[in-house]
Each structure stands twice: as structure tokens, then as C-alpha cells.
Write a protein that binds this ligand. Structure first.
Ligand SMILES: [Fe+2]
Length: 304
């Protein structure tokens, strides 16, 4: 099998983790979009590259499918190939295609799905809390529920498909958040992605590392470029290439060379109340349609 080209980017975690953790490696992938547009070789190649890094955990920040429930078996297969424990949150495409069905596939593949919830795991005899915020784009994020009862003295990371939710997570004691959704614009030639996603769509965080990992009020977010595509398979420009990011929690900033420094956010523009309401309705309509289409084709993911 020809393994496709991926960018492998490596970063240190937040400064506070240097006091809490020693050598915990997190691999982050996002926007896998298992489906017609992204080949199975790409999906398997991403998992193999991830496994080769020997991460302690794998975190996935949503958009597992693209437009239908037809590839859920493939999703189960892809998730099942990760060798480390997997944690994930859903994205807008998952809600559009049927959130329960996607969750079911993820769990069947062995992932833990965090729907506005957090969990605590032991990695090399150290405690790590993982907070998962459900998708904000489709109106499913519940910050209070997701962070209720977190232990502020324990090392914590967060997952949110939409990166702009990170600001609120920082305030709730989650210093490092992993996100996706933008695909880094997919086309990043001449930094066009920053113009389109930052100025036109209104994203503050387009691709890569933003915020601050140190200081008195630490808060950083990493927006992954993603693995797959939902509509156009084209990826141009270095930033837009398929990506696996590795975060060394407990490592000091400067201990090794990072792909880029902490970036300043774009100005951004929060969606209006009206737009947010429209997105909720749109998600309900789309999922009902796709669920019906799946049943017509005889797809019943809940059947064994
Ligand atoms: Fe998305």
C-alpha cells in the first residue's frame, strides 16, 4: 500500500503540565471524514503514522463521516486500528449524518466518545483528565455539563470540534484544547486560507497553535489541518496538507524544535443568534434525511 504524505508536527504541552506530568504523548487527528472522497489508504496511512509515534493516547476532534451513514463499517475499522486508547468528540458532519449512529460506530471501534463529559485516565501512573465538548456548530455544546466536577489540581486537556470554544474552556481550567473543522482551509497557498476563514467565515483560529501555554492565565488551542475531506479532495500549500500532530505533555517549551510558535488569533466574528438557530434546524433536517436514506438502502448500524 502506498502511504500518502502527511505532515507530522510536534509541540510541547502547556507549562502547567510540566509540574503535573512527565512524558505523556498525545497524538491529535481531526476531520477524518471517512467516506467516498477520502480513500481508505489515506485513513489507514494516518493511523499507521500515528501508531508509529507510539502515543500514550489518541484524541480525535470530530467530523468522522461525510454526508452519509454508508461508510460506518469503514469508520469502525479505522478506529479499531489505533493501538493507543482513543478519545473523541463529534463534529457538525457527525450530527448532520446521525449522531447516535456515528457514536455507535466509534464505540464499536473501541473509542471513548465524550459528549459534554470528561473522563480521567491513568497514563504511566499519572492522572490525566480529558474534557470533551460536543459540537458547537450544530448547537450541541454544553460547557457547564462538560466541565462539571473537574479536579483543578489534575492535568487536563480538552477536545472541541470548533476551536473558538477553547476560550471558554480555558476559563474552566482546561489549558490545552484540540480542535478541527477548518481543514486549515485545505488550500493554504499565499495564506489565502487565513483570509477566507478569518475574514470571510469569521474564524479566530484557522490552523495551528494559538493562545499561550504559559503565563498566569494559560490557554492554548491547536487546530489540526485534518485527514480527509467532505467535498473537494484538494489540499494545496504546506499548511493545508493532511496532518498528525504530536503533543508532548510535561515537556518544556523549547526542549525541541516546534513547527511554529504560538500564533495571534484572527479578528474573527462570532455567529449571530439567528445563524446559530438556523444551524440547529439545519442539523435536525439533514440527520432526518440521511437517516431515512440509510434505512432505504438497508443500512442499520445498530444491527449486529
Ligand atoms: Fe466540521
Amino acid at each position: 500500500m502506498r502511504v500518502p504524505d502527511f505532515e507530522l508536527r510536534r509541540f510541547a504541552g502547556p507549562v502547567v503540565h510540566t509540574e503535573q506530568l512527565d512524558g505523556v504523548r498525545v497524538a491529535h487527528l481531526t476531520d477524518q471524514h471517512v467516506g467516498r472522497v477520502t480513500s481508505h489508504d489515506v485513513q489507514v496511512g494516518a493511523v499507521e503514522l500515528t501508531n508509529a509515534q507510539e502515543p500514550d493516547i489518541v484524541v480525535l476532534s470530530g467530523d468522522f463521516v461525510a454526508h452519509s451513514q454508508e461508510f460506518l463499517d469503514q469508520l469502525v475499522d479505522v478506529i479499531g486500528r489505533f493501538e493507543a486508547p482513543v478519545f473523541g468528540v463529534l463534529g457538525n458532519h457527525d450530527h448532520w449524518s446521525g449522531a447516535d449512529e456515528v457514536r455507535w460506530a466509534l464505540r464499536k471501534g473501541g473509542a471513548e466518545v465524550l459528549d459534554n463529559a470528561w473522563t480521567s485516565i491513568e497514563v504511566k501512573h499519572q492522572r490525566l483528565q480529558i474534557v470533551g465538548l460536543d459540537d458547537a456548530y450544530t448547537g450541541n455544546a454544553d460547557l457547564t455539563r462538560a466541565t462539571k466536577g473537574l479536579d483543578p489540581r489534575t492535568a487536563t486537556i480538552g477536545l472541541s470540534h470548533i476551536a473558538e470554544e477553547a476560550d471558554a474552556l480555558w476559563d474552566r481550567g482546561v489549558p490545552m484544547v484540540f480542535s478541527g473543522h477548518t481543514h486549515a482551509g485545505q488550500v493554504t497557498l499565499a495564506r489565502l486560507h487565513e483570509f477566507i476563514l478569518g475574514r470571510v467565515v469569521g474564524h479566530k483560529y484557522v490552523h495551528g497553535l494559538y493562545g499561550t501555554r504559559g503565563g498566569e492565565r494559560p490557554g492554548a488551542v491547536y487546530v489540526g489541518a485534518g485527514i480527509g475531506a467532505a467535498v473537494v479532495p484538494v489540499r494545496l500549500g504546506a499548511r493545508g496538507r493532511r496532518e498528525v500532530a504530536v503533543f508532548e505533555l510535561g515537556a518544556s517549551i523549547g526542549a525541541f524544535e516546534e513547527h511554529h510558535e504560538e500564533q495571534q488569533p484572527a479578528r474573527g466574528r462570532a455567529p449571530s443568534v439567528e445563524l446559530r438557530r438556523k444551524r440547529v434546524v439545519e442539523a435536525q433536517q439533514k440527520s432526518a434525511k440521511r437517516r431515512a436514506a440509510a434505512r432505504r438502502k438497508g443500512i442499520n448500524p445498530f444491527a449486529e
